[in-house]
Write a protein that binds this ligand. Structure first.
Ligand code: NAD
Ligand code: TDX
Length: 336
């Protein structure tokens, strides 16, 4: 199988490439990534000389270069490439629309022109908006995105759907809940809190800390995508989640406890505008129709993740410089 993975230098994409190369001796992977602030080839150091793996520094909005890459013959496309951080989307929505909407359309056109056997769009539960205290997102929940990030992801999803309906492109859309695990950029809740706690810096908790996210270990997301590639019914959407809802403050306190750091580091800061209150995924379609089962329990997964960040301090301290710092100054000003 010749696989074209976009965004493979990011958090989930790099975990997915490592997972697929471990799983399948005969897979060939081309990783297409423009290396934005979130792309880090260090994540893939262990396989950079693997003959089954090729990297191309290419922007998915560049139709000409994308066309050239598809001409080598591609069986399956998995599109992870995206601007992925909600807070950044509030500051600069335009780059989100460019990559997440226009980039998706460029990939769909190339997939159509070159008759790929499967196109998988890696999307998010955030396209469904926010839940109240009860209920879960199913694949039939109407799209109601609340941030420029989730709106741009929903825009991409709608194009994917349209290319199936109009051109018969063999697509799937996956919508996963919040991921955690190795190589997650330290702007996202869990690695941000781990890295700041280790440096005895205040931990910025938005609003009242009672927003709920549904957490899944990244490798379980990868195994679900692998299954969708092989067994997903064309045109179908699959929700991915491990029934693991936690409030943000629970997560932050668990990290502090594990690291032996005081709760006095917790600092409540102004809420994120448009902050979704609760996400919760109903994964029944994936578990019942395709037989997917997550392997990792949160209690052990979070401990392993904290251990990984402790063992890889160089990885995240190198990231925490330059543009990353400028972004934090803009985001929090003098508050931290
Ligand atoms: P990430 O920000 O860590 O990685 C994104 C990658 O895409 C980076 O390597 C970046 O360089 C690359 N990229 C960005 N713009 C590009 C462009 N124009 N052309 C080529 N490459 C480009 O993101 P992530 O957390 O790994 O998320 C991957 C995908 O999974 C995204 O589509 C995201 O919406 C989705 N998702 C993420 C989560 C989560 O919890 N992180 C949950 C559900 C779905
Ligand atoms: O400093 C923080 N303080 C805080 O309280 C940060 C960065 C976050 N939060 C809160 C906001 C959210 O309720 O923690 C929760 C998780 O925040 P993020 O890590 O920014 O993730 P979220 O906004 O839930 O989106 C993530 O999951 C869905 C990914 O970033 C998306 O790419 C994915 O689609």
């Amino acid at each position: 199988m010749k696989l074209l993975v976009t965004g493979g230098a990011g958090f989930i994409g790099s975990n997915f490439i490592l997972y697929m190369l471990r799983q399948y001796p005969d897979v060939e992977i081309t990783n297409v990534d423009s290396l934005t602030y979130a792309g880090n080839l260090e994540n893939l150091k262990s396989i950079e000389t693997d003959p089954r793996y090729t990297f191309s520094k290419t922007d998915i909005t560049n139709a000409q270069e994308i066309g050239t890459l598809f001409r080598q013959g591609i069986d399956v496309v998995v599109n992870f490439a995206a601007e992925s951080h909600v807070d950044r989307s509030i500051m600069e929505p335009d780059v989100f629309v460019r990559t997440n909407v226009l980039g998706t359309q460029v990939l769909l056109d190339a997939a159509k022109a070159h008759n790929v056997k499967k196109y998988v769009q890696v999307s998010t539960d955030e396209v469904y908006g926010s839940l109240g205290n009860t209920g879960l997102f199913t694949e039939l929940t109407p799209l109601a995105p609340n941030s420029p990030y989730s709106a741009s992801k929903a825009g991409g999803d709608l194009l994917v759907r349209a290319y199936h309906e109009t051109f018969g492109l063999p697509v799937n859309i996956t919508r996963c809940s919040n991921n955690y695990g190795p190589y997650q950029f330290p702007e996202k809740l869990i690695p941000l809190m781990i890295s700041r706690a280790l440096n005895d810096q205040p931990l910025p908790v938005y609003g009242d800390g009672m927003n709920i996210r549904d957490w899944l270990y990244v490798e379980d997301h990868c195994s679900a995508i692998d299954l969708v590639i092989r067994q997903g019914q064309n045109g179908e959407v699959y929700n991915i989640g491990g029934n693991n809802e936690r409030t943000n403050i629970q997560i932050v306190k668990a990290i502090l406890k594990e690291l032996g750091k005081p709760e006095s580091l917790i600092t409540y800061v102004q809420d994120r505008p448009g902050h979704d209150r609760r996400y919760g995924i109903d994964p029944a379609k994936l578990t019942q129709e395709l037989g997917w089962k997550p392997k990792h329990h949160f209690e052990t997964g979070i401990k392993e993740t904290i251990r990984w960040y402790l063992d890889h301090q160089e990885w995240w301290t190198r990231i925490q410089s330059g543009a990353y710092q400028d972004y934090y100054a803009k985001q929090y000003g003098e508050r931290l």
